[in-house]
Design a protein around this ligand. Structure first.
Ligand code: FA5
Ligand code: MG
Length: 474
């Protein structure tokens, strides 16, 4: 559904004082991308292992799968009318205002919580989505308009984004998104026989997209219940504007999906793969985002599963006003597309962590502009370790979120952690205490691990659970 509502599993109601950095006190300041940020005892929860990802910029490494995909999409969307300004160098630390407030996130939105988001301090965080830069880029369009430097009417922003999350093959605390947006300046009709200029323009723009979609070899089959029930339009837009803007948005996203998956199909044909899809199915689903209305998500049917690819909608007027546009002057749409999962599928990369590996055997396999399947260089065996513990239920209890457990494991084990799963959970009828057991699979992508090193990591994980959350190990 909507943004960042991950499983909010609070393992224990907080009865004691929250004490997040009890064992390893946080430093006074943290340096990220050459800027020093003062930390804040109550808010700082970024860890060294996360900070170390913030200067990788994988999405601009020419021969990295995420970058190859990004360029493919940029080229396609700019192929008709070059409407989009392109931004690929925004740094990951943004203000709480840009990430949440400017977009109208309510104060109690779960995405704001420390269990879902990496905070640098009370005012800064690692962006959780590329929408954090929408306002800045809308402002750029606005200032181009004002300087009558006709400029472009849209933008594409690609960047790394960060979320505290579970650990498995498709989840990593950092991934990549591309934000896209397009706007039209509204014009009042001069006489009632003639449609206003922006309506004429929208119709032309939609036609161009339709023509491009027609050219694709494997056509999209689109499932779209267009009713706006429970997904209302904004008052300031007319029904016709909503209809056309929505069509332009959906055809633009469909063009991206069509381009990407058709290229994949072509590459499969070239390498004589047996099961080549004969059709491409996508479906539009109603969604909710605080800064768009109405809103949707698109999913693509690929090898037996619906893959969630993108969230989008018509930009709320408040965001445009925040960006300096005059009231009633502008309409438009925005989307946010996840790049990693599509890249995994295009390049047949089985584990999202591989994108972050430093191993040359991964990176030398790909070249700019080309889709080819990843050839695994080896698979090293995994090593399982369980950790079971009782949660305190007395005055010493500390609130524990599942993501906190994940964070401890990730911090100690880094990329050796392949997955962490809750395998057992029960409450003792005698003591009323809750017991949890997590199974950790330690597995390197590049080498064999030794029992000694895993035992050492596991010991630290156990210690940290006790130090930070007062659990009683079993
Ligand atoms: C957003 O992040 C919104 N900012 C998208 C948006 C932009 C809506 C503009 C409206 C207007 P969401 O959390 O659903 O939405 O993420 C967008 C996409 O990012 C998803 O469709 C998915 O493809 C990808 N994504 C989300 N979480 C992950 C994850 N943990 N790992 C990999 N990809 C993810
Ligand atoms: Mg979503």
């Amino acid at each position: 559904m909507a943004l960042m509502i991950t499983r909010s599993r609070i393992l224990l109601k907080c009865t004691g004082k929250l004490r997040l950095f009890s064992s390893n006190a946080i430093p006074k300041s943290i340096n990220i991308n050459e800027v020093d940020y003062e930390t804040n005892e109550h808010w700082t929860n970024v860890t060294p292992s996360i900070v170390s990802l913030t200067d990788r910029s994988l999405h601009v490494h020419e021969s990295h799968p995420v970058s190859i995909l990004r360029e493919m999409i940029e080229q396609k969307l700019n192929s008709t009318d070059k409407a989009f300004n392109i931004y690929n160098n925004f740094k990951p630390v943004v203000s709480v205002y840009d990430n949440f407030d400017s977009l109208g996130f309510p104060e109690d939105h779960p995405g704001r919580s420390k269990s879902d988001t990496y905070y640098v301090n009370d005012k800064h965080l690692l962006r959780t989505h590329t929408s954090a830069h929408e306002m800045k880029c809308f402002k750029d369009i606005k200032s181009d308009q004002s300087s009558s430097n006709s400029g472009r009417s849209g933008f594409l922003i690609s960047a790394d984004v960060y979320r505290r999350d579970e650990i498995d093959r498709t989840h990593y605390p950092a991934f990549h998104q591309m934000e896209g947006a397009r706007i039209w300046k509204r014009e009042k009709a001069l006489n009632s026989n003639k449609e206003p200029q922006h309506i004429v323009q929208l119709r032309k723009d939609i036609k161009k997209l339709g023509d491009q979609l027609e050219k694709e070899e494997t056509k999209l089959i689109v499932e779209d219940d267009k009713s706006l029930e429970g997904n209302p339009k904004q008052d300031y837009m007319t029904e016709l504007e909503v209809e056309l803007c929505q069509q332009h948005l959906k055809r633009s996203v469909e063009l991206v999906v069509s381009e990407v998956f058709n290229q994949k199909i072509t590459s499969m044909k070239n390498s004589n793969v047996a099961d080549i899809p004969k059709e491409l199915k996508v479906r539009w689903i109603k969604a909710y985002f605080p800064w768009t209305a109405p809103s949707w998500e698109i999913e693509v049917w690929w090898q037996g599963d619906w893959l969630e690819v993108c969230g989008c909608g018509l930009v709320r007027e408040q965001v445009l006003l925040n960006s300096g546009f005059e009231k009633d002057s502008t309409i438009g749409w925005a989307f946010g597309l996840g790049l990693d999962r599509i890249a995994m599928l295009l390049f047949e990369v089985p584990d999202i962590r591989l994108f972050w590996t430093m191993d040359e055997r991964f990176h030398t396999q790909f070249i700019k502009g080309k889709i080819n399947p990843f050839v695994p260089y080896s698979k090293y065996p995994g090593t399982l370790r369980d950790v079971s513990f009782w949660l305190a239920n007395d005055d010493n209890a500390i609130e524990v979120h599942e993501n906190d457990v994940m964070e401890i494991v990730r911090n100690e084990g880094g990329d050796l952690v392949e997955s962490v799963k809750l395998i057992d959970e029960f409450t003792s009828s005698k003591s009323g205490k809750k017991s949890l057991c997590y199974r950790i699979n330690y597995q390197s992508m590049d080498r064999n691990v030794t029992n000694e090193e895993i035992n050492e990591i596991q010991e630290k994980v156990r210690d940290e659970l006790v130090n930070k959350y007062n659990v009683e190990l079993r």
